[in-house]
Design a protein around this ligand. Structure first.
Ligand code: PNS
Length: 166
């Protein structure tokens, strides 16, 4: 049996915190599918789903057993569709746990899929996509918080936004 896990998220943009979780999931499972949520009602994304998928594909390529797919609807339906037995989520602290626990229990109720919680590496405990975007938009240095390929795209997109072209 192929042990397959799904790492769902919006990853707008992917950070070193996400990459750490993908890396650790890839060591625990035969195959990891990073599932990029496509939510049409969330129009305030900095990057399109395609751009987010390209960035994740690029930074996870060295891992060898990570694929990237878009998904809509329930994450449990996606897990059934691709025959994944587990969902892997990183936890930065108590707030993440409070938010994630009922979702894990609901997902277990729906299809019996397991959720594996991975404690965030302390280096990335304060890192989130939304804070990275906020700090970068206001001119702060986030170069140590996202992979270089992501940082390059972020810098470009914010310049496009500032110029009114992105
Ligand atoms: O935490 P994020 O990054 O905003 O997650 C985005 C996404 C799309 C992965 C998340 O909203 C999700 O899992 N949506 C699927 C909908 C679903 O399954 N809902 C029931 C959860 S119990």
């Amino acid at each position: 049996m192929t042990r397959r896990a799904v790492c769902p998220g919006s990853f707008d943009p992917p950070t070193f915190g996400h990459l750490d979780i993908f890396t650790r999931a890839s060591a625990m499972f035969d195959e990891v599918i990073v599932a990029v949520g496509v939510n049409p009602s969330k129009s305030k994304r900095l990057f399109t789903a395609e751009e987010r998928m390209e960035m994740i594909t690029e930074v996870t390529a060295p891992l060898g057993n990570v694929r990237v797919q878009a998904f809509t609807g329930l994450v449990t339906d996606f897990c059934v569709e691709i025959d994944a037995q587990a969902i892997v989520k990183g936890l930065r602290g108590g707030n993440d746990y409070e938010y994630e626990l009922p979702m894990a229990q609901m997902n277990s109720h729906l299809t019996g899929v397991e959720t594996v919680f991975v404690p965030a590496n302390a280096s990335w405990g304060y890192v989130s996509s939304s804070l990275v975007k906020e700090v970068a938009t206001l001119g702060g240095d986030v170069s140590a918080l996202v992979p270089p390929a992501v940082h390059a795209r972020l810098t470009l997109r914010l310049a496009e936004r500032a110029a009114g072209t992105g």
